[in-house]
Design a protein around this ligand. Structure first.
Ligand code: PLP
Length: 415
């Protein structure tokens, strides 16, 4: 069971709140997040760094709810953003712009300008053209922008191909072999200060070996750059540590990984930046859904629920596994092997396939586990479905931190 969730007298709780209570007051589908779980994960990273100069820039893309961002901002997190919209969210949530790094392969001039105006920590630039644009826009403002170049370490992260980013054929970063030339040419740009080196090789890594390989390659490159006179001040290793989605799956040990990082950077004087997303919020969340119907077609059994790929697209998009458990556990229920599917008109609309789950009936509640990362943020209005509510639990208190969308919301801005 994910931390902060447990059964009490057969009823599933998040911290001290019964999920059935939230479902009855807020309705379903509904995302629920545990504040304690998010903060605990963040603290684990922070404490593991000890006195090594570091910045933990939470990857906003994993879960961008304002209250989640505010929670992390108050705990001292920095933020990794990939769009002007994410920067807006961070600022509205009270995040410190001076602790924001801006990643992404296709930043627009407007987004770069907005980030310059806000005074972010640095840009992770992914091409020479982007370096030139940041320089030109900073010049227009009479500023000097801090930048890191994102390189592609060409390491296979052994994860789903859609979330692997650090191989030569991927669109991200610049080729490592070209890095020295890029830094040399960019030194001529008067309005950028080349002070960082960054990478991100992929997400949901259950084995840290590829990350460690990337770290080694990055540190070798950092030394070569310094030898050529580049005044590197920070090194950003991206995010990527995975979480357990399946029973028995083991996530990497954050403390051990950070301890290794610290050992490797000792003596370099480099500030370490990391951009964890999933490993901070993933296990903090569940998606609550209610069973609408049961039906059998041919040889297949279906549990039809009110959540769909429009609420949680990970199973359809990445064939990812989320455990699905009953909110009310009755041993007498027994189990059934079924597809758990939603109302969307796509065969790809499933939350689980051929899964042994509790033999739930219409009206029963289910919790789709470990849905705190890349859940709501990827939700859509497909089939004109209002996006679900989001709830944050803190001890015995809970509150709606995003209202369920209404039909009116669905047509806002349309004529
Ligand atoms: N940093 C960058 C540049 C990313 O692209 C991502 C995810 O795609 C992350 C950080 C966060 O990764 P994760 O959620 O796996 O920690």
């Amino acid at each position: 069971m994910q931390p902060a969730y447990e059964y009490r007298d057969g009823s599933l709780f998040c911290e001290k709140v019964a999920l059935s209570e939230i479902a009855s007051k807020v309705g379903t589908p509904c995302y629920v997040y545990s504040a304690a779980s998010i903060l605990e994960k963040f603290r684990t990273y922070r404490e593991a760094f000890g006195d090594t100069p570091h910045r933990i820039c939470y990857a906003v893309k994993a879960n961008f709810n304002l209250s989640v961002l505010a929670l992390l901002a108050r705990a001292g997190a920095g933020f990794d953003i990939v769009s002007g919209g994410e920067l807006y969210r961070v600022l509205r949530a009270g995040g410190d712009p001076a602790s924001v790094v801006f990643s992404g392969v296709g930043k627009t001039a407007e987004e770069i300008d907005y980030a310059l105006e806000a005074g972010i920590h640095s840009f992770n630039c992914e091409s020479e053209a982007e370096l030139a644009l940041v320089d030109a826009l900073a010049a227009r403002r009479g500023q000097t922008a801090r930048v890191a170049v994102r390189v592609n370490p060409d390491v296979d992260p052994a994860t789903h191909p859609y979330i692997a980013t650090g191989l030569k054929e991927h669109k991200f970063g610049i080729d490592m072999s070209e890095a020295e030339g890029v830094y040399e040419r960019a030194a001529a740009l008067a309005h950028i200060r080349l002070e960082g080196l960054s990478c991100h090789i992929g997400s949901q890594l259950l084995d840290t070996d590829p990350l460690v390989e990337a770290v080694d390659r990055m540190l070798e490159l950092a030394l070569r750059l310094r030898a050529r006179g580049v005044a590197l001040a920070h090194i950003d290793f991206g995010g990527g540590l995975g979480i357990p989605y399946r029973p028995g799956e083991r996530a990497p040990d954050v403390r051990a990984f950070i301890a290794l990082l610290r050992e490797k950077v000792t003596g370099t004087g480099l500030e370490v930046i990391i951009e964890p997303g999933r490993s901070i919020v993933g296990e903090a969340g569940v998606l609550l859904t209610r069973v609408l119907y049961r039906k059998r077609t041919g040889r297949k059994e279906f549990v039809i629920v009110d959540a769909s790929m429009s609420d949680l697209i990970r199973p359809a998009l990445y064939q990812s596994h989320h455990e699905i458990i009953p909110v009310r556990r009755l041993p007498s229920l027994g189990t059934v092997v079924a597809d758990v599917v939603g109302p969307v008109c796509e065969t790809g609309d499933f939350l689980a396939r051929d899964r042994e789950i509790a033999n739930v009936m219409p009206g029963d509640l289910l919790a789709v586990c470990s849905a705190g990362a890349y859940g709501f943020v990827l939700a859509s209005n497909y089939n004109a479905r209002p996006r679900p509510a989001e709830v944050l639990v803190e001890g015995e208190r809970w509150r709606v931190v995003r209202d369920r969308e209404s039909y009116e919301d669905l047509i806002r801005g349309e004529v």
